[in-house]
Design a protein around this ligand. Structure first.
Ligand code: MLC
Ligand code: AMP
Length: 517
């Protein structure tokens, strides 16, 4: 059997000269730090040997909540190298959220930041996890201490394409997060398609250099960006945190940048973003949230570059992309481009009938990139696939005669704020538990920085007078802060239709000018 492991494919793409730079840090403790390809080879081997020494059952999950660092990327690669299942967790998640993920995924190993060890280890041991390690953003912690004792030789695990490689939790519309199960085949097929479609240049073709400034706990930073550079043997300039001025200062050394729209609007606010700064750049890619046409136009005007917008999901990795090569068509603003090679994208009406070109309906997809289902939720999985095996994305849009896909909305009740997904049902459930609250509605309203911002409207219980700021403060103790409403309004009642359903569209209209967006 040939090895279908994502790690094996990435390793095979390392340059022949392992002593050249693979990653250079731009910020964080000790920056600039230079990691060679040999460092990645050795580091991942030692970490994989550490995992192997734990004699974990096949298919064990390794849950990771750490700050972004090159060692954290190595840990991801080592989990793939050792053949286990990687489970990344947003570093903003708090106890309430972490408890759910560990309880649901039952990881054999948990790796956390040293500052969280006390509570996370207690929680993990109670939920049955045997191994808890720490990893700091400054190379501190028990993970690297233990790995340092391991051999630098490790034979990558042999994997079939359908074997599980990662679980990415996406919040559910009913409030319970679902773990999207991605296989080696899902990850590798998508990485290869993007490698070809976006024309990655190897060293002998001018050598792409990627600025990596996204978090590595989501599809965008972890798979699209990291796999893209690694599969091409390309150097990365590594930002632990996005910083508009800092990124612009490094553009002259780079050729590829990937970001969510907020990163583009923040860079546009900097006078140092000029044509000269972007002169060596080959490709700017945007995704994870809608790119405003104003941003698209302003970027072209200021830099001379046309942002390439693409569309994907945790469940499917990348689905569509505007063309890279002019011969394939223009990068059309407001669209997410064409279905990627090998990916099926179709639009269906509410009865499941095909929509004509240009007609709006639910977007459904299939292909080797589409996940196998939600972790331990077979009914939920069955609901999200059509009888003929297409995945219902929950996005609403249309496809024109040329094949350009446009997303016009979502049938799922979801807010995307600065590229992070927030599910109103989760926040409403927590608000409704607070004293004095009868009910609530959480909506997304236009926001100049985050695209959409989370806002809540709360109805008090009779005689109660809950305070909006106090509600937001109470939520900050419970959930990741990016999910906490930026504003909380108190109202006598929520608008409802004749069926009794809350009319969120009316609330959105009422508050649309809130942030001047
Ligand atoms: C941070 N905050 C946010 C926020 N990010 N609030 C709303 N939405 C966001 N996205 C809040 C924090 O909670 C904090 O609040 C305050 O802002 C400052 O925090 P910070 O950490 O200093 O913020 P900053 O570094 O400026 O972060 C902004 C950002 C970040 C845009 C750089 O959000 C980011 O990296 N977004 C990218 C997300 C991403 O990679 N998505 C890809 C998903 S994959 P307080 O109250 O604590 O002060 C996917 C599939 C696909 O969707 O197609 O790619
Ligand atoms: P996630 O669950 O974090 O993977 O988010 C996936 C969702 O992000 C998709 O279902 C879309 O709603 C949204 N999304 C991703 N890329 C784009 C894009 N380019 N334009 C609009 N929405 C996008």
């Amino acid at each position: 059997m040939s090895n279908a492991s994502i790690f094996a494919a990435l390793r095979a793409a390392f340059p022949a000269d392992l002593d050249t730079t693979a990653i250079e840090t731009a910020d964080g403790p000790g920056a600039p730090l230079r990691y060679t390809w040999r460092d990645l080879e050795r580091g991942t081997a030692m970490l994989a040997n550490l995992l192997a020494s734990l004699a974990l059952p096949e298919g064990s999950r390794v849950a990771v909540q750490t700050d972004k660092s090159v060692e954290a990327l190595m840990l991801y690669l080592a989990v793939q190298r050792a053949g286990y299942v990687y489970l990344p967790l947003n570093s903003a998640y708090q106890r309430h959220e972490i408890e759910y993920f560990i309880g649901d995924a039952e990881p054999a190993v948990v790796v956390c930041a040293p500052k969280h060890f006390t509570w996370i280890s207690r929680l993990a041991f109670r939920l049955g996890t045997r191994n808890v390690f720490t990893l700091g953003d400054d190379r501190s912690g028990s993970l690297l201490e233990r790995a340092a004792l391991m051999s630098e030789q490790h034979t990558p695990a042999l994997k079939r394409a359908d074997e599980l490689a990662a679980i990415l939790y996406t919040s559910g519309t009913t409030g319970r997060s679902k773990g999207a199960m991605l296989s080696h085949g899902n990850l590798l097929s998508n990485a290869r398609v993007l490698h070809e479609y976006w024309g990655w240049r190897r060293a002998d073709e001018g050598g792409d250099v990627l600025i990596h400034a996204l978090p590595i706990f989501h599809v965008h930073g972890l798979f699209v960006a990291s796999h893209g550079a690694l599969l091409n043997g390309s150097r990365m300039i590594w930002f632990a945190r996005f910083d508009a001025k800092g990124v612009i200062a490094r553009l002259p050394e780079a050729s590829v940048f990937m970001g969510v729209p907020t990163l583009y609007t923040r860079m546009l606010a900097e006078p140092t973003l000029t044509r000269a700064a972007c002169a060596r750049m080959r490709l700017f890619i945007s995704g994870s949230a809608p790119l405003q046409v104003e941003t698209f136009d302003a970027w072209r005007e200021r830099t001379g570059h046309t942002i390439l917008e693409r569309y994907g999901m945790s469940e499917t990795v990348m689905l569509t992309s505007n063309p890279y090569r002019a011969a394939d068509g223009e990068r059309r603003r407001g669209t997410v481009g064409f279905a990627l090679p090998g990916v099926g994208v179709r639009v269906r009406d509410e009865h499941g009938a095909p929509c004509a070109a240009g007609a709006i309906g639910g977007i459904e997809v299939n292909g080797p990139n589409v996940f196998g289902g939600y972790w331990r939720m077979p009914e939920k999985t069955a609901e999200e696939f059509t009888a003929d095996g297409w995945f219902k994305t929950g996005d609403v849009g249309h496809i024109d005669e040329r094949g350009y896909v446009t997303i016009v909305g979502r049938s799922k009740d979801l807010v995307i704020s600065g590229g992070y997904n927030v599910y109103p049902a989760e926040i409403e459930g927590l608000i409704n538990e607070l004293p004095g609250v009868a009910e609530s509605a959480v909506i997304g309203v236009p926001h100049p920085d985050f695209g959409e911002a989370v806002v809540a409207v709360v109805v008090p219980k009779p005689g109660a007078a809950p305070d909006g700021a106090a509600i937001a403060a109470a939520l900050k103790d419970r959930i990741a802060h990016f999910k906490v409403p930026k504003r909380v309004f108190v109202a006598d009642e929520l608008p409802r239709n004749t069926m009794g359903k809350v009319q969120k569209n009316l609330l959105r209209q009422q508050h649309q000018g809130l942030f001047g967006g």
